[in-house]
Design a binder for this molecule. Structure first.
Ligand code: NAP
Ligand code: GDP
Length: 343
């Protein structure tokens, strides 16, 4: 039985990856930082909470990382832990750099010390492309990060490549475009949209307040993307791979599709910070722009080219944008009114 160690087990991808690896017969050790939240709602929702051994794993703490690798002797480590929210990284640039950037170096160095034969996956991101130099973006596209999150991830990406080249480690970097699911945190725009509109549908006196409605993302389903992570780790040689759908959509499109799913008829009016949408049936305001959600530097548009992953891994996304939105909206309705996960 192979042992996999997943850092960031309490997060969205940690949950889906753990489920996949359990199905493949792995022993799964889940690393989680110590918090008072004491909640594994994602693992509970996937019904796998009791099949995973959870342990403390703090990216700030080198000896903790080293002890965990010594103790469990994993053959594969998936480093998913990060301060992963771009918006928060502007408010906490040093914390983000320390966790999302230097934390990866702590992981790599511990692997090198304990057992350099251990395979290592680093969760890189399309945010490294930022102000894009080429459309669509692939593994050869130059980087231009636009946030402390993006710069920290870029440091981690190059550190992963450097450990591969300098120390011969099986270290891979998956450059993943945005991937969402019913298990996404509510602060990310996809789930913010579906959860808030579901609240409104259920009678809450709220309006969905958003920032840049014209930002475009290449949105896929997280369940498809964790399969790509595993495939990268099964290659004879380590490499870097883009995972993306090759299609992008605006935040506004995400809102329209979700709103219609809940039975609203969004009618847009106004411009810039005055823009809002009302429900054509009732006249009730459902969406408004709030400049608080604009970013100091924005990534306007991302679209990925996953040809290399298709050719070498046989990977392709299974869930379309429309299906993803439908899946997320449906899960919100199923959870209500008794429980709303991810608060
Ligand atoms: P997520 O839901 O935010 O999960 C990240 C996990 O890391 C959380 O469980 C978090 O713990 C944990 N963490 C934060 N700081 C830590 C620390 N100091 N030590 C140990 N653990 C810590 O993110 P995700 O969506 O699953 O993404 C997984 C990884 O892929 C992240 O590295 C993310 O940056 C990257 N990525 C994601 C996407 C995407 O679209 N989802 C795209 C490209 C790359 P708490 O639960 O306590 O906060
Ligand atoms: P990101 O691509 O990792 O930054 O994922 P997010 O889901 O946080 O943001 C995706 C895009 O949606 C970005 O361009 C944001 O500027 C835009 N956006 C517009 N309004 C909002 C909002 O209210 N919250 C978030 N999180 N993003 C928003």
């Amino acid at each position: 039985m192979k042992t996999a160690f997943i850092t960031g087990i309490a997060g969205q991808d940690g949950a889906y990856l753990a489920k996949l690896l359990l199905e493949k017969g792995y022993r799964v050790i889940g690393g989680d930082r110590r918090t008072s939240r004491n909640s594994y709602w994602r693992l509970d929702e996937l019904g796998i909470r009791n099949e995973i051994e959870t342990v403390y794993l703090e990216l700030h703490e080198p000896t903790n990382i080293q002890r965990m690798i010594e103790k469990f002797e994993p053959s594969e480590i998936y480093n998913l832990a990060a301060q992963s929210f771009v918006s928060a990284s502007f408010e906490m640039p040093l914390l983000t750099t320390d966790v999302t950037g230097i934390g990866v170096l702590r992981m790599l160095e511990a692997v090198r010390q304990v057992n350099p034969e251990t395979k290592f996956y680093q969760a890189s991101t399309s945010e490294m492309f930022g102000q894009v130099r080429q459309v669509p973006q692939n593994e050869e596209t130059p980087f231009y990060p636009r946030s402390p999150y993006g710069t920290a991830k870029l440091f981690a990406h190059w550190s992963t490549i450097n450990y591969r080249e300098a120390h011969g480690m099986f270290a891979v970097s998956g450059i993943l475009f945005n991937h969402e699911s019913p298990l996404r945190s509510r602060e990310f725009v996809s789930r913010k949209i579906t959860s808030t509109l579901a609240d409104i549908k259920n009678g809450a006196e709220r309006t969905l307040e958003l920032g840049n409605l014209d930002a475009k993302r290449d949105w896929g389903f997280a369940g498809d993307y964790v399969e790509g992570m595993w495939l990268m780790m099964q290659r004879p040689e380590p490499g870097d791979y883009v995972l993306a759908t090759g299609e992008n959509h605006s935040v506004r499109e995400f809102v329209n599709l979700s709103a219609r799913h809940f039975g609203f008829e969004p009618v847009w009016e106004g411009e810039g910070t005055e823009e809002k949408a009302t429900d054509g049936k009732t006249g009730r305001e459902i969406v408004r722009v709030n400049p608080e959600f604009f970013r100091p530097a924005e990534v306007r548009e991302l679209i990925g080219d996953a040809s290399k992953a298709k050719a070498e891994l046989g990977w392709k996304p299974g869930v379309s944008f429309e299906k993803l939105v439908e899946m997320m909206c449906e899960s919100e309705l199923k959870r209500r009114p008794t429980e709303v996960s991810g608060d």
